[in-house]
Design a binder for this molecule. Structure first.
Ligand code: 6PG
Length: 248
């Protein structure tokens, strides 16, 4: 993997603007190259403002929505209209405001029994990417967030999903939540053409330092395992989240 690109933005507004421009650039490139743009979205609170920005005319009008295929990097095991649903968050901030064909929206079925939902999503990925046995989907872009404990997607420290080397999607039991989460696995995340971490807020400064600071390379956090084999890794971080990094 090439060295990660680290972009430090003065604030969340600039982070979202930069991320939106990158999203558009990747979407246009992929659509021109393959006729489609396959992107896996992150959940959580940070990306909501990005999705809302992408829905505004000055950004939305530059995206070839009929060629965009939206997937999720992870999902909570709740119905799609539940307040915790990542699908609901994307619906409210983006899907309800742009004209993307419904068949291009590939949500994880959080309402179903977790193992069933994971198996169904594995099937959905296999069909969409026309995968043969043992091959991996290659997303044009995967957006990821970062938890203060170093988790990303729903790959939490110490959880079974981190050991998954074959399945594309798994139902991961998260002990400190006493709940299952659906998540893409490391082989899929590390097969993407471009992975983009979006990290904002002073509360992330410590974990950002552990992952990207002087001590980086020694951490065993799930986010440290994101190393695209043949792809680009970009960390887009707000100034306050990067406060402990010595830049330059
Ligand atoms: C989720 C996300 C998760 C998130 C991090 C950061 O479903 O919650 O996939 O990995 O990206 O927890 O969340 P915030 O952006 O809310 O800090």
């Amino acid at each position: 993997m090439t060295k990660p690109e680290i972009i430090i933005c003065p604030d969340a507004a600039e982070l979202n603007r930069r991320a939106a421009e990158c999203f558009i650039e990747r979407a246009k490139e992929a659509a021109a190259r393959s006729g489609r743009f396959a992107v896996a979205l992150s959940g959580g609170s940070t990306p909501k403002a990005l999705y809302s920005l992408l829905a505004t005319p000055s950004f939305a009008d530059r995206i070839p929505w009929p060629k965009v295929h939206l997937f999720w990097g992870d999902e909570r095991c709740v119905p799609p209209d539940h307040p915790d649903s990542n699908y609901r968050m994307v619906c409210e901030s983006l899907l309800s405001k742009v004209s993307i064909p419904s068949e291009n929206v590939h949500r994880m079925a959080g309402e179903k029994e977790p193992q069933v939902a994971a198996a169904e999503y594995q099937q959905e990925l296999t069909a969409f990417f026309q995968l043969s046995e043992g091959t991996l989907p290659r997303f044009d872009l995967i957006l990821l967030g970062l938890g203060e404990d170093g988790h990303t997607a729903s790959l939490f420290p110490g959880s079974e999903a981190l050991k998954e080397t074959k399945r594309l999607v798994t139902a991961n039991f998260v002990k400190n939540m006493s709940a299952y989460r659906l998540t893409l696995t490391l082989p899929v995340l590390n097969n993407a053409a471009h992975v983009f971490f979006l990290v904002a807020g002073a509360s992330k400064a410590a974990i950002v330092e552990d992952l990207l600071g002087a001590k980086s390379g020694t951490s065993n956090y799930p986010a440290a395992k994101i190393q695209p084999r043949d792809g680009k890794l970009t960390w887009m971080i707000t100034q306050d989240a990067a406060a402990n990094l010595r830049v330059g």
